[in-house]
Design a protein around this ligand. Sequence first.
Ligand code: PGA
Length: 258
Amino acid sequence: MRRPLIVANWKMHKSRAEAREYAETLLAALATAPTGEIELAIAPPFTALETLAGVLTGSPVALAGQNVSSMAEGAFTGEVSVSMLKDLGCRYCIVGHSERRAQHGETSADVAAKAAALLKEGLRPIICVGETQAQREAGQTEKIVAEQLAASLPAMSTPTAGEVVVAYEPIWAIGTGVTATPEQAQEVQAFLRVCLNKILGEGADRVRLQYGGSVGPDSIRSLMNQPDIDGALIGSAALDARTLETILANIQLENTSP
Ligand code: PGA
């Protein structure tokens, strides 16, 4: 049984004061409407991690980084290490988001090195893969995500596979308001599970597969209802604590409906 995982990716948004207000609003809501079996994490900018840790430590909401260096320490201006994220209480870290691949030239080999560094320190990587609109139209979706997945996964043992999360984020759906249909997402995610099986063997069933790309309160239920969608990586809609609460409530509605 894979525990559903919802991650709010704030990208480059929010001051410390805004982060605190968001976390307090969220915790107040969770006090009356707990997340149940759903695991929840927030990935703020590095600058808000400590503030969020102050509010969220001891709560069911985990902290995540949005990026990390694969290097342990040294002369790497502008970089943040795994041990620094761990020191701030992070349990997860997003690696290989398409914005980093496209805007910062990150390769799948870089992503695999970052994921390996995270696993070594006991943090859980959220490894992102996804195709562009042009690649989808050219019928290359499976080829692209299979290549990205194979090259972005670090070497790991079967038990460690349970620590790894893979997020399928079609680039054409990110920040566009165009969500993949549940069928489109499931088709690719079932394919990713087959790829994981080939790479990891029995460990593949333990890897959680998230969907990301314009997820909101209206789309979450039908997406999460798909057999190979174990959670969501949510940008714009999760910038508002109340919208995130609605998303969580809507997942649970589905879980409790007959
Ligand atoms: P979005 O972003 O929900 O705003 O599309 C998702 C992501 O980039 O992780």
